[in-house]
Structures are given as C-alpha cells and as structure tokens.
Design a protein around this ligand. Structure first.
Ligand SMILES: O=C(O)CCC(=O)C(=O)O
Length: 294
C-alpha cells in the first residue's frame, strides 16, 4: 500500500470507531498502596503519572535498541518490496508516513514495531518485580501485559497529537497503565512526551482525525480542551514514566538529527474484556496472579 492510500476516509473511519467510547470515565485513585512511596501515590492520584528516574541501566536500553534492529532485519529482509506495514513471527512493523529524507536503512524508515513483549529482552523487562509491584498497587494482584511497541521516532518524525490511550482500548474496565521507557534521551528538541497533569480525572473526550497531511494512520487528536498547563517530560535514557490510560498526552516532533526511541508497554487486569474482536496488535500475557495458573 502506498503512503497516499491511507486517505482521509480511513482516518475518519478510525476516529468514528474511537468515538463510540466518548464519555467513559475511570477511577483515578489508589487508596492503599503496598509498594508505592507516598510521593508516587500522590503523583498518580493527582497527576495521573509516576516518573521513576534511572529505572534501568543505560546498557539495558542499548541492548533493547540492538535487539529491536534484529527483529526489523528479519521482518524486512534487504530488497523487500515497499509496504506500509510488515508482519511476521507475531510482530508488526509500521513505516513512517512522513519519510525521513536522510533514511539510509530500513530502520530509519520504521515508525513503530508492535507485539514484541513475548520476545527476548522485551519480555525480560515486563517481569521486573519493581515494575509489577507498582502495577499491583494500581491494577490489583492479577496483571497482564497486552500491548507493546518500540517507537523509533526518527529525525523529522512528527509527534503524536493530544490523546487518551483508553480511546484505543474498548475494554470493560479501567484504567490500563502505560509504561514508557526512554531508550534514548528524550528532549524538547527530539520529541519528548508531554502530559496534561490531572486530565486522567476527565472522561474520554472526542478524538478527531489528525489532519496533518502525511500523519500516521491511527493518530487522532483531542481538540476540545485547553492544553496551556502542559508539562514536557524530558527524560534520560533508562527513565520510566508510568501513566493512566485516561491521561491526556502528546509528543513533540523530532527536530533533531538523531532518533528519540522509546519502548512502550500497556498493562491491564487479567480477564479484562475486549469485546468481540481484539486488536491484531494485542497479545495478552499474564505476569502476576491468577492468569499464571490458567
Ligand atoms: O512516544 C511518542 O512519541 C508518543 C507515544 C504516545 O503518545 C503513546 O504511546 O501513546
């Protein structure tokens, strides 16, 4: 499929589906915490996110950045025909809709690689006990990881507009929790994440298609809100940001000359209902609690 074929109509269809959930609300509070610090609990309850500096070593991030290249190279062998998406061995890679003019290799053209949390180092990360402890305080004792994506954010790549992740998750309970691991430094210039603290207490807003010509398929945007209180999350390599699936967030464009990479996971309570058809990018893996005995 050519880049031009992801047209306005398919973007409108996507946003219509997303908006069937407009108005849904979620609980915002952790009342008793077994593992979180008081500061973490306040940050979650008031802001909708928790920042954990230096959660993993830089070398762990370097290993992730290398392992992701192996997957891309096996998914897209040299000389492969152009495609908007590549799928194989359970993984799905999506090309950047706005091409990087300096691209030399296929990974310079890839936007995101989905469904890698059952593999290698990406699977090791989600078994981290410190991570699971905090998730237990938020989600409860039965925890699944259902979605993962490595975001390459190549030079020139556009940021993702303001959105709430739950607009992508038509589930029967909430919240879900995102874990956004900076595998490179994330700066104002290279496209760090930006959050609107406290917005997780609001309902799901209407998400309209991202109207920038050449924006990635699946990008939608909240337009009925004041974002003047936005807070950029400039992170060092190895820092982890956990956030509520109703938190409004976006990311800046990458105006730098290097990649701004991140490994992003989403967690939910085991047994969460996803309706009749689950998204092809989801894969439910139990990590703690009753799902381990099924
Ligand atoms: O990392 C980015 O640039 C955007 C990520 C994001 O908004 C998301 O994963 O929901």
């Amino acid at each position: 499929m050519d880049r031009k074929d992801i047209d306005q109509e398919s973007k409108n269809d996507f946003s219509n589906r997303v908006n069937q959930q407009t108005g849904r609300t979620s609980s915002d509070k952790v009342i008793t915490a077994k593992f979180m610090t008081e500061d973490q609990m306040n940050s979650w309850n008031n802001g909708g996110y928790i920042l954990i500096p230096g959660f993993v070593d830089e070398s762990f991030c370097d290993d992730m950045n290398l392992e992701v290249l192996d997957i891309i190279k096996s998914l897209v062998p040299e000389g492969s025909a152009f495609s908007h998406a590549y799928a194989g061995e359970g993984h799905i890679a999506i090309r950047e809709m706005k091409p990087n003019p300096d691209a030399q290799t296929i990974e310079d053209e890839i936007s995101k690689l989905f469904r890698i949390h059952s593999t290698g180092i990406f699977n090791t990360f989600i078994k981290n006990e410190n991570l699971l402890n905090i998730l237990e305080d938020i989600i409860g004792p039965d925890i699944d990881c259902f979605l993962s994506q490595f975001i390459f954010k190549n030079p020139g790549a556009w940021g993702q507009p303001w959105h709430q992740d739950s607009s992508y998750f038509p589930f029967d309970r909430e919240p879900q929790v995102a874990a956004w691991l900076a595998t490179s430094e994330a700066t104002l210039e290279n496209g760090c994440l930006v959050v609107l603290p406290g917005s997780h207490k609001e309902s799901l807003h209407e998400h309209l298609p991202d109207d920038r010509e050449g924006s990635n398929y699946g990008y939608t945007e909240i337009k009925d809100h004041d974002f003047s209180e936005e807070v950029p999350m400039t992170l060092k390599k190895g820092d982890l940001l956990l956030f509520h699936s109703f938190l409004m967030h976006k990311s800046y464009d990458n105006k730098s000359k290097s990649k701004r990479s991140a490994m992003v996971y989403h967690f939910a309570e085991t047994g969460t209902g996803f309706g009749e058809i689950d998204s092809p990018t989801n894969e439910w893996i139990s990590l703690r609690g009753r799902g381990l005995n099924d």
